[in-house]
Design a protein around this ligand. Structure first.
Ligand SMILES: Nc1ncnc2c1ncn2[C@@H]1O[C@H](COP(=O)(O)OP(=O)(O)O)[C@@H](O)[C@H]1O
Ligand SMILES: [Mg+2]
Length: 397
């Protein structure tokens, strides 16, 4: 899949290329630059796999840009378009790989973009990781976990997380971050096969903490509009530009939830060490295993240390019953969590030193494969619970 930028002051020519590319599902027009002067910065920022540069609007400026790109981004594949053969020759000398006559025809562009896509170098960042957050019961802490983890991941400028609120009737992701979405996930359902990346990006709302969110519908009746084919298209597009796609699920086990789980790389099953949650997690792990998804499931025990009256279950016992080791523990910290929800902001802003925030940061590091996720001695000392993933085998599988 190739992500390309187009540089062309001619709105008509840009539109023409955009139209030709609409039918190519191996290439996406990610950035449009109407000015040669600002194109270099825009390309550096969006880091595309290649650029299409129209030369005819201002040949001198266009060639100057090619010269700059040749020096600053020598490995960026360039496709140039012009009605003048002499300009195409000059562009070739400046490193352009594909030379297309203007007006560009579908076949030439298609061949050029296929070459570009097949030559995408190994340094290309990997496709986004899809992580589902699956509740074992209402109030398990699934949304708290997903939203805060997303904001932690967004702190790293090399990562771009996005959260899809798939709890269509009760989701609270936008509320948790005080976001006022202009569009909702259900605004994207019409003609989804032709949905492009630009339209999908426009429907996202980005908070000050860098997490992009696709919000749940406000009209509850609209929930029924969204099905597996929509999600499939959203994920195919989002994986191109986002490093982490977080799916905040509801409790329904609807066809949409199943599609989300099937397309996830990791499923974080969120529960608490109490009777109902552990019972549900046991059944959920069984069901997920029967669906062939057992390997993706990781148990996250939230609110460890809370007082559950007589319903408290020891962690070792929970592992035995569920038949899985606990992957991560998050401490019960009511004040910190409430400060985040009341402040409609992530813990990293409202309670950055809280233990639950530290545990989430360590979990984010482990999910992202960061070196600091390795067993941290200091963390063990300061925290009254295990931060190290517990890989001990359960007593029965
Ligand atoms: N680790 C925690 N310590 C204390 N309270 C928590 C913790 N995690 C979540 N909560 C509280 O639990 C409530 C439900 O959380 P939420 O994330 O909405 O759950 P879910 O999405 O699973 O329904 C919230 O009020 C939140 O403040
Ligand atoms: Mg929730």
């Amino acid at each position: 899949m190739a992500r390309v930028a187009i540089v062309d002051p001619s709105a008509r020519d840009r539109e023409h290329v955009r139209g030709l590319m609409a039918g190519m599902d191996w290439a996406f027009l990610e950035t449009e630059c109407p000015h040669y002067e600002t194109a270099l910065g825009a390309i550096q920022e969006s880091n595309p796999d290649g650029a299409i540069v129209g030369l005819d609007a201002d040949p001198a400026m266009a060639l100057q840009l090619l010269g700059q790109l040749n020096v600053v981004l020598p490995r960026l594949p360039l496709i140039v378009t012009s009605g003048r053969p002499d300009l195409l020759v000059q562009a070739f000398r400046l490193g352009a790989k594909s030379l297309l006559d203007r007006p560009v025809n579908l076949e030439d562009l298609s061949v050029a973009l296929k070459n570009l896509a097949s030559g995408i170098s190994l340094h290309r960042r990997p496709h986004g990781q899809v992580v589902s957050f699956l509740p074992s019961r209402g109030g398990a802490g699934t949304t708290s976990l997903a939203v805060n983890l997303g904001c932690i991941i967004a702190r790293n400028p090399t990562r771009q997380p996005v959260l899809l609120d798939l709890d269509l009737t009760a989701g609270a992701a936008a509320v948790a971050l005080d976001l006022q979405p202009e569009f909702r996930i259900t605004d994207l359902v019409h003609d989804v096969e032709h949905l492009d990346l630009q339209s999908l990006k426009r429907a996202l709302v980005k908070g000050t903490h860098g997490l992009s969110v696709l919000a749940r519908p406000t009209r509850l009746q609209d929930a029924a509009l969204l099905g597996p084919p929509h999600l499939q298209r959203f994920l195919a597009l989002l994986r191109i530009i986002f490093s982490h796609i977080l799916l905040d699920l509801g409790k329904g086990w609807t066809p949409l939830d199943m599609a989300a789980l099937q397309r996830s790389d990791v499923i974080l099953l969120v529960g608490q060490p109490e009777l109902v949650s552990v019972h549900n997690m046991t059944l959920q792990v069984q069901a997920l295993s029967q669906e062939g998804l057992g390997d993706k499931v990781r148990i996250v025990m939230n609110r460890v240390g809370a007082d559950y009256g007589g319903e408290q279950i020891e962690l070792k016992k929970a592992e035995e019953v569920i038949g899985r080791p606990i992957y991560w523990q998050l401490p019960d910290e009511y004040r910190a969590m409430i400060s985040a929800w009341n402040g409609a902001a992530p813990l990293l802003q409202t309670a950055p030193r809280s233990k639950v925030q530290q545990a989430l940061a360590a979990l984010a590091a482990d999910l992202c494969g960061d070196p600091e996720a390795a067993p941290a001695k200091t963390a063990k000392k300061t925290l009254p619970f295990t931060l190290v993933p517990d890989h001990s085998q359960p007593s029965h599988e």
